[in-house]
Write a protein of this length. Sequence first.
Length: 53
Amino acid sequence: MNEAETRAEHIDPALQAAGWGVVEGSRIPRESPITLGRLEGFDRRGSLRDADD
C-alpha cells in the first residue's frame, strides 16, 4: 500500500467521521505548501516544499 492508498482508505474516512470536509464549501487539501523554498543566497530560493516532503 502506498501513501495515496493509505490516505484514501484510512485517513480521509477518519477525517470525515470527525467532521472535516463535510461542511458545504469546505475541503481537505491534499498537500499544503509550507515554505517558499530554502534560501540559497543572492535572492534565490530552492524548490517549493510541501508538507509531505
